[in-house]
Design a protein around this ligand. Sequence first.
Ligand SMILES: Cc1cc2nc3c(=O)[nH]c(=O)nc-3n(C[C@H](O)[C@H](O)[C@H](O)COP(=O)(O)O)c2cc1C
Length: 173
Amino acid sequence: MSFIDLAKNRYSCRKYNGESVSSEKLQAVLEAGRISPTAINAQPIVVKILKSEESLAKIRGITRMAYDAPVVLMVCYDLDKCYRAEKYGDDFNSGVMDASIVTTSMMMQATDLGLATLWARGFNAAEIEKAFDFPANLKLACLLDIGYADPEEGGPSPRHPVRKTMAEFAQEI
Ligand SMILES: Cc1cc2nc3c(=O)[nH]c(=O)nc-3n(C[C@H](O)[C@H](O)[C@H](O)COP(=O)(O)O)c2cc1C
């Protein structure tokens, strides 16, 4: 499948069919994240894998954004290792941006393997960091839910194909 077809194939899945994800597929997804670029190659990203009944119950007890996915990846960044643009008089730190490209790579690799995914950030990150005993420097950027789509209820939402026109999206200046 070409990259553009893969990108068009991906959608947010909010209902999974109960089938587990093989360790080979999970490793391939994680590898796509591991080799992703990060600012100055600082590699501040750490992924916490939730797939045991206990871990999944714990995250589902805090946020409904884990849905019923058999694997939930917590994409985290180490604040002490992020690139900072201080020398340019800018308070930017690369944590969320680095986490985003890592998550995108893992999401697209999962899609290529026939898995369904959901990127989620609708939760109180501090609450989750506390519940999972994160050290102060480790911040949760987002969750990536992974599994197999339920054939009846796991399809794309009606809003999935709604996108800006190209003219609204990109303009030459
Ligand atoms: C940064 C980000 C945060 C998101 N957070 C959530 C979330 O908390 N819960 C949820 O159900 N979907 C979440 N989504 C999924 C978006 O709602 C979804 O990508 C968007 O509606 C477009 O639909 P599609 O992915 O099917 O194309 C998030 C997506 C992104 C990129």
